[in-house]
Design a protein around this ligand. Structure first.
Ligand code: SAH
Length: 247
């Protein structure tokens, strides 16, 4: 089973449809699909919610609604409340990155919840009292409170990364071996002589510089062949130019 299926995002009494739609998108971007909404407002702009959810529209329609937070998290072991504010045990808060492995450990075998507050007043103390952990997203003193969907995004993103599901595309080309590298360096040396790029005394020094530049990152076989071809072509063009009596 996919561990992310055990992570529930709980929105408590959200105000704006746009935010709820953006939350759906943020969740799906990070592979999280269980959305619970506590005490949804009757006047929420659902057209806006649908608009902001974009391709996560099905996620929006699949949300579950509860009257109280206690009901929304009843089957969860870990319940992590999120807050930008200090006070009420918030000084023991975890960052999303610190919390992610803790949450995932429980999510292996149980449902867990990440709880987010209202746009205007956040989570009330009696709601935070239901939480086993508090998450505070690091932010500037200039403005500590994030937009609701941004806060959801950051927390979901850390859970997604910590789950280790995503594997970035890797370089598939084989690494150049010493023989190819040396062939390439020898041709570059030859090119520098033929094009009169450096004088004899400076040649070795320049070669050391080139060696440093070209081995600073992984040099693949295609990389080395491009560099080799470039040097060969430069030598050829220089010889043609000289044959035409240019020097
Ligand atoms: N004015 C409210 C801010 C609510 S922002 C207040 O003072 O609490 C809406 C929700 O986004 C918050 O309830 C919280 O769940 C989340 N959030 C916003 N900024 C956050 C931060 N820096 N750390 C953790 N959660 C945050």
């Amino acid at each position: 089973m996919n561990i992310l299926e055990n992570i529930r995002i709980v929105l408590v009494n959200p105000m704006f449809g746009g935010n709820m739609g953006s939350v759906c998108r943020a969740m799906n971007n990070n592979g999280i699909t269980d959305l619970a909404v506590v005490a949804p407002r009757a006047d929420m702009d659902m057209d806006e919610a649908r608009k902001f959810s974009c391709n996560a529209r099905a996620q929006l329609e699949a949300r579950k609604e509860y009257e109280t937070l206690a009901e929304a998290v009843a089957d969860c072991t870990v319940v992590a409340g999120t807050s930008a504010r200090t006070g009420f045990y918030r000084d023991t808060a975890y960052s999303p990155k610190e919390f992610a492995p803790i949450g995932l450990e429980s999510a292996k075998d149980h449902k867990i919840a990440l709880v987010f507050g209202r746009e205007d007043k956040g989570l009330f103390n009696e709601e935070l009292a239901l939480c086993t952990h508090i998450i505070q997203i690091p932010s500037s003193e200039l403005y500590t409170s994030l937009n609701l969907s941004h806060a959801v995004y950051v927390c979901c993103y850390e859970m997604f990364c910590a789950a280790g599901i995503f594997s970035p595309a890797e370089e598939s080309a084989p690494e150049a071996d010493s023989a190819l590298r040396e062939r390439m360096f020898a041709t570059w040396r030859e090119m520098m002589i033929r094009t009169e790029f450096v004088h004899d005394q400076k040649l070795d020094h320049m070669m050391m510089g080139l060696r440093r530049i070209f081995t600073r990152s992984k040099l693949t076989v295609p990389d080395a062949k491009i560099l080799l071809g470039l040097a060969r072509q430069s030598i050829w063009v220089t010889e043609q130019w000289k044959k035409k009596g240019n020097r």
